[in-house]
Design a protein. Structure first.
Length: 84
């Protein structure tokens, strides 16, 4: 199996956050909330667009909330990508 196939949606979202926010990878885990990373509702709107572009899914304004965890956002993306 190709190593890229082992990367999960959660890993890809975490990598995106590390890159965009310039935080250490250790700071971003499944149970980490967006608020814990200092992400407010305005940044979440931009993040929803980035995640949507990355995975080819639609995430409406307000669906990502500051108290949402990285794991929960990965599950949302996973559900959306299966629906297609």
């Amino acid at each position: 199996m190709h190593p890229a196939q082992d990367i999960t949606i959660q890993d890809r979202i975490s990598d995106l956050l590390v890159h965009v926010l310039r935080v250490p990878a250790e700071a971003v885990g499944a149970d980490t909330t967006f608020a814990a990373l200092g992400i407010d509702s305005l940044i979440l709107v931009e993040l929803a667009l980035l995640i949507g572009d990355e995975f080819g899914v639609s995430i409406a304004d307000g669906e990502l909330l500051p108290e949402m965890t990285i794991g929960a956002s990965a599950e949302l993306v996973s559900q959306r990508s299966r629906v297609r």
